[in-house]
Design a protein around this ligand. Structure first.
Ligand code: SF4
Ligand code: SF4
Ligand code: SF4
Length: 255
């Protein structure tokens, strides 16, 4: 246990919670035990079902995965909001609704019956956390980057400024000397999506679907020109954007 002048400093209490999501963002945190031990040494984890059986409700920071789809989730989220000093949306589902919002594009009853049959399953329109409560910080990604989350939590603990890259995924993709997937005949949202993931999708020859949300320094005019030069329609681009619901539609619709 770390001590300074013989005194053990008080640790920040953290709770990690999940709503409608796949558990992938939480798993990222629990992953790669090499850095987990140092990371946890800074914190007092009072609630994190993937790594601990403790179920405390006294926390300073709440990291929350998943989107909101049911009324009981609304109540639970509001309770967490009341208790947390800092509420962090963890991952694209929590930040934007994420892949779950695909459900919102179809008639709810039809979708539910298609998957679960006629038995009633309680589920509603998908919402991001910020549609229900005040969110202090968004950490995007599907899943989040463990390194990024650890760095951000350490900065919160130390009161340091939290910065995300302003430039788009293309910058990281170009640094890897990848072949542009537009040249392979696919749409890629890398030119308008916030970097920080290391461009794994285009590196694997799959177009970026924008899971990290909009890049502040994106050049939309140039992006629209790229789409036009490659003959992609607005409908084709919207299909990609709708996948994570992380990029505002109007950015493309102006073309
Ligand atoms: S953002 Fe992706 S990895 Fe995280 S909970 Fe949602 S679907 Fe899972
Ligand atoms: S593949 Fe995508 S991210 Fe990479 S350079 Fe081309 S448009 Fe940009
Ligand atoms: S390349 Fe795009 S879709 Fe893939 S992880 Fe990065 S931001 Fe998300």
């Amino acid at each position: 246990m770390l001590k300074y002048l013989g005194i053990e400093p008080e640790k920040i209490k953290i709770g990690v919670f999940d709503f409608t999501g796949c558990g992938g963002c939480e798993l990222q945190l629990a992953n790669k035990e090499g850095t987990l031990v140092d990371f946890l040494a800074l914190l007092d984890v009072v609630n994190f079902r993937e790594i601990s059986s403790d179920r405390g409700d006294d926390y300073d920071i709440a990291l929350i995965e998943g989107s909101i789809t049911r009324e009981d989730e609304v109540e639970r989220l509001k309770e967490i909001r009341k208790r947390a000093k800092i509420l962090v949306a963890l991952g694209s589902c929590a930040c934007f609704g994420g892949v779950n919002t695909l459900k919102n594009k179809f008639p709810l009853r039809e979708v539910v019956e298609e998957v679960y049959g006629k038995d009633r399953v309680e589920t509603g329109q998908v919402r991001a956390l910020g549609d229900v409560v005040k969110v202090d910080l968004q950490i995007p990604g599907c899943p989040v980057s463990k390194e990024e989350v650890e760095k951000i939590v350490v900065n919160i603990v130390n009161g340091a400024e939290i910065k995300f890259p302003k430039y788009p995924v293309c910058v990281e993709c170009r640094q890897k000397l990848n072949t542009c997937v537009f040249d392979l005949g696919q749409i890629c949202l890398g030119p308008i999506t916030r970097a920080g993931c290391g461009a794994p999708c285009p590196t694997g020859k799959v177009g970026c679907l924008g899971c990290r949300g909009p890049a502040e320094e994106a050049n939309y005019e140039s992006f629209r020109q790229i789409l036009k030069d490659h003959g992609f329609s607005t409908a084709e681009v919207m299909e990609k954007i709708n996948f994570f619901n992380a990029l505002p539609e109007m950015m493309i619709d102006e073309s």
